[in-house]
Structure formats: C-alpha cells, structure tokens
Write a protein that binds this ligand. Structure first.
Ligand code: ZN
Length: 358
C-alpha cells in the first residue's frame, strides 16, 4: 500500500490502550485523537469555516447521501470538490450515505449489489452501490471516504444482523478492490458492523482486516442502545482492529463517551450533538448540559464556562447569550455551537496531555 496513507503513532499510554497519532491526508495532518464536527450538508450548522477552525477542529464530516441528493455531484464537481464548494481547505471525511439510506430514504430495497431507494426530498429513484458511493466521494475529493455498509438497528435479530453483515462484507470487498485500482490519494475506511453480537463483530473485524483498508470504523453503535452496552462494544471491538491503523467510532460525541473510546484506543469520533444541543439552547459545562434559558442567567455577567477560552466565552456573557436565545436570534446558535465544539476539543486535548505527561 502506498506510503501516502500514513498514520504515525507518536505515543501510547501506559495506563490504557489510548494513543496519540497523526493521520496524513491530502489536505493536511490530523492530530489524533480528534473530534470531528458534523457538516452534513456541506456546512457545520450556523458556523463559518473560520469559526469552525477557532474551535480547534481539524477535520469535519460531510454526508454523501445528503450532498448527492442536493445539490448533486455535478454542482460540487464544478467547484472542483467539496473543499472549495464550502470554502474549507482542511481535511474532510464523508460518510458513505449507508446510514441515511436506512434512516431517511423511502421504499428502500437492498439487494446484494446495492440499494435502490426514493429520495426523501423529492421521491426520485436513486441507487447506491459500493462503487458509485466511491465515485461520489472521489467527486467530492473527500480526504477520508467510507464504504457503503448496512447499519443494523438496535434489537435486530441475530439472523437478520448476520444477513446484513454478509452483504456489508461483500460490499466492502468490492469497494476496496475498486478503490485500490483507482490509486487515488483519498483514504478509504472499512466499517465493522455486526450489531450487538460479539461473534459477528469479531468476524467483521477479521474480514475487514484481511481486506487491508488503510483505516477502520466501528459502525452501528450509538443507535439507541444503553450507554453501557455501547461502551462494552467499543471496548470489545476496538482492539480487534489493526494497531497500526486509525480507528474511528461513528456517531459518538458526549464527553464521557469520548473519554471511554480514547481509552479503548479509538482515534476519531463524530457527532451532531454539540451543534444540535446548541440550537436548543444547551451548552457543555463540566460534562453537564446546561440550558441557557434558565432565569438565573438573566443578569449573569459570567461567560458560559469560566475555564473556557473559546471565542464565545472570551467575548460574551451568559446574560447576552440568553437574551439572544430567548429573542430567537440566530447568533445564539453560533455562539453556543462554538463553545460546545471547543469544549469537546478541550476534553480531547486534556486526555492527550495526560498521556503525554504519564
Ligand atoms: Zn467556551
């Protein structure tokens, strides 16, 4: 495999499986572990790229399903890719769209070669195959692309989860073969599935490891299961993947989950939670979520978090941000999103520093 898919491990913790590393991508180096804010439709909601960078975010996630339906691949190709389309000249990871096909699309029909569905926007028929989602992501010029997979729901019977997994593995093989022939500089990550069955997860990790992806994700977690079960499966699955490749848990973003995953040896995470709760007036404070609407903040001249050095905390009071929120001013979402993403990055940085100082 080409040297260009370079992942360096700089230090391993003595107390856990945590590690500090660097992923080299066409749009720069990502220092890991790292949290990736979600910009589903080519925008991290309410933030400009400069504001996203101010939160110390290095890479953002965008979504193949959404972008391929709207504005469509041709518009993005006219901009020479997603980076210039959205004016973000740093690494981008794109989810394959597999998850949304199962959560959003109507009348989807899976066969062993791909999935046919109706757009949730206009009902038009669409088809995703393992190869077509790579073509789409290459058209976006995504730094890290994800394979098409089937995300089995929580409480899915084992027999059905196993069937999903067989198709996921077939697609993974087609995807990696297609990608290797392209010899492109975009990374491709395989996605471990298998629901909440350890034997299936192990089989999935082994199958994907044999396919020799440059990086791996754990999918199908944080899909409604109890948090203890999610943690148990991160703990079980992460060590099954090759030590020398980046490991990514999809869809987690609460401070306690990040801390847990990092200790299990996970390098990357993404979640809509910091920006979604911001739009509902909530901000992170010492691992808690506080609502800015509270009466007690009317005359509170303190920042959201006294220990935080984000743009919002350096420049605005709780009183002002509360005023914006109750007045339904859109700046409230921006300021709370900046703080929430920055808080998660700080949380990761604190763990990194603990490892460095061990
Ligand atoms: Zn802050």
């Amino acid at each position: 495999m080409s040297q260009q898919y370079l992942f360096e491990i700089l230090k391993k913790s003595k107390n856990s499986k945590a590690r500090i590393g660097k992923i080299h991508t066409p749009h720069g180096i990502i220092e890991t572990p790292t949290f990736m804010p979600v910009g589903t439709a080519g925008t991290v909601k309410s933030l400009t790229p400069e504001q996203i960078r101010s939160t110390q975010s290095q890479i953002i996630l965008a979504n193949t399903y959404h972008l391929s339906l709207r504005p469509g691949i041709d518009v993005i190709k006219k901009h020479n890719g997603l980076h210039s389309f959205m004016n973000w000249n740093h690494p981008i990871l794109t989810d394959s769209g597999g998850y949304q096909v199962f959560s959003l699309a109507q009348n989807r029909k899976i066969d062993e070669n791909g999935v046919t569905f109706q757009s949730h926007i206009d009902g038009s028929p669409r088809r995703f195959t393992p190869k077509s989602v790579i073509d789409l992501q290459c058209g976006f010029n995504s730094d890290i692309m994800m394979v098409l997979d089937i995300c089995s729901p929580y409480n899915h019977p084992k027999k059905d989860t196993s069937k999903d997994l067989t198709i996921t593995h077939k697609w993974a093989k087609e995807a990696v073969t297609y990608w290797k022939n392209k010899e492109c500089s975009n990374w491709l990550f395989g996605i471990v599935q298998g629901g909440f069955f350890k034997d299936l997860r192990k089989e999935s990790a082994n199958t994907l490891t044999e396919l020799d992806f440059p990086g791996y994700a754990l999918g199908g977690l944080s899909v409604g299961e109890p948090i203890e079960l999610c943690h148990e499966f991160i703990d079980y699955c992460a060590p099954l993947l090759p030590e020398n490749k980046p490991k990514y848990v999809m869809g987690i973003g609460l401070p306690e989950n990040l801390k847990w995953a990092i200790k299990c040896g996970v390098d990357m995470f993404d979640c809509v939670i910091p920006t979604r709760i911001a739009r509902h007036g909530q901000f992170f404070l010492e691992d808690q979520r506080i609502n800015i609407k509270r009466q007690e903040f009317i005359n509170d001249l303190n920042p959201l978090d006294e220990t935080c050095d984000c743009y919002s905390c350096k420049n605005y009071t709780r009183s002002y941000i509360r005023h914006l929120y109750v007045s339904k001013e859109i700046l409230a979402s921006t300021l709370l999103s900046i703080h929430n993403i920055h808080s998660l990055q700080k949380c990761v940085e604190k763990i990194k520093n603990e490892i460095i100082n061990e």
